[in-house]
Design a protein around this ligand. Sequence first.
Ligand code: NAD
Ligand code: DAU
Length: 339
Amino acid sequence: MNIIITGGAGFIGSNFVFHMLQTHPEYRIVCLDKLTYAGNLSTLEPVMENGNFRFVKADICDRAAVYQLFEEEHPDMVVNFAAESHVDRSIENPGIFLETNIMGTAVLMDACRKYGITRYHQVSTDEVYGDLPLDRPDLFFTEDTPIHTSSPYSSSKAAADLLVLAYHRTYGLPVTISRCSNNYGPYHFPEKLIPLMIINALHDKPLPVYGDGLNVRDWLYVEDHCRAIDLILHKGTVGEVYNVGGHNEMKNIDIVKLICRTLGKPESLIQFVTDRKGHDRRYAIDPTKIHRELGWLPETKFADGIQKTIQWYVTHEDWWQPIVSGEYMAYYEKMYGNR
Ligand code: NAD
Ligand code: DAU
């Protein structure tokens, strides 16, 4: 089995590369990644010398480069993690989100049609369903919940999902889609809530909580997401969408306070700042389908996963220090300077 994993130098993609090389040591894994600000080749260092692994720096929007890779590798499957993934950046500059998340997906699927594959898997997000009200804890996103997006990011991911389903219906491309809730764990880029708060707290810097801090996200340890995608690739039904989530809803403010407590930092570091535009209130996944049909269940409890994650950042300053001291700081200044 030869699998192209796009976006494998990012957070979830790199965890998936590690998972696949470990779980299926006989598979060939080819990582295609543009190495944007969010891609980090040092993350993949432990597998660079693995004979079953190849890294290729390329843009999924670059048709010639993608086709060339297909001619060289003849992949059986493609798993597309490559995306612009940060909601706040999409509010500042939607254009690149449309290019990568929509056009890039089309280029990959065109290559799949041209060269033939047994599966194209699209890594999507629960954000395509929009949000749920805080006062209706009985409501959850199912695979049948209508698409109803809030941000340029989620709109671009929803557009990609519709395109994937259209390629299945129109051309018979063997596709699957997973829509997962918020992931956390090692190698999470420090612009996202959990790593940003850990790293700021370690530096005794202010912890910028948007709005009232009561927004709810449904957190899943990244390895559980990787196992879900692995299962979908091997046992999922072509043409189907699978929601992935672990029924672990947390208010943002409670996560930030937990990080403060764990690191022995005062809650006085918390600063409530201007809310995100169009800020989704609550996400909550109903994972019944993937449990019933594929037997998937999350293995890591949030109480354990968050401690592991905090400890990982404490002991891996060598990974995040070059990021927070480089280009990312210009972004940080722009986003939080006058907030
Ligand atoms: P990330 O931003 O950490 O990584 C994205 C990776 O894609 C980077 O390595 C980047 O270099 C690469 N990339 C970006 N544009 C590219 C292009 N044009 N060509 C090739 N490579 C490109 O993202 P992540 O958080 O790991 O998310 C991965 C996928 O999972 C995304 O599709 C995202 O929408 C989805 N997702 C994320 C979460 C989450 O909580 N982080 C939850 C559900 C779904
Ligand atoms: O639900 C899945 C999605 O989760 C993925 O599709 C996205 O790629 C991923 O980035 C994530 O989106 P969110 O917007 O939920 O994640 P983020 O870490 O940016 O924010 C989580 C919550 O924390 C959100 O309510 C906004 C809030 N927040 C975030 C930051 C960066 C703050 O209060 N302060 C911050 O500084």
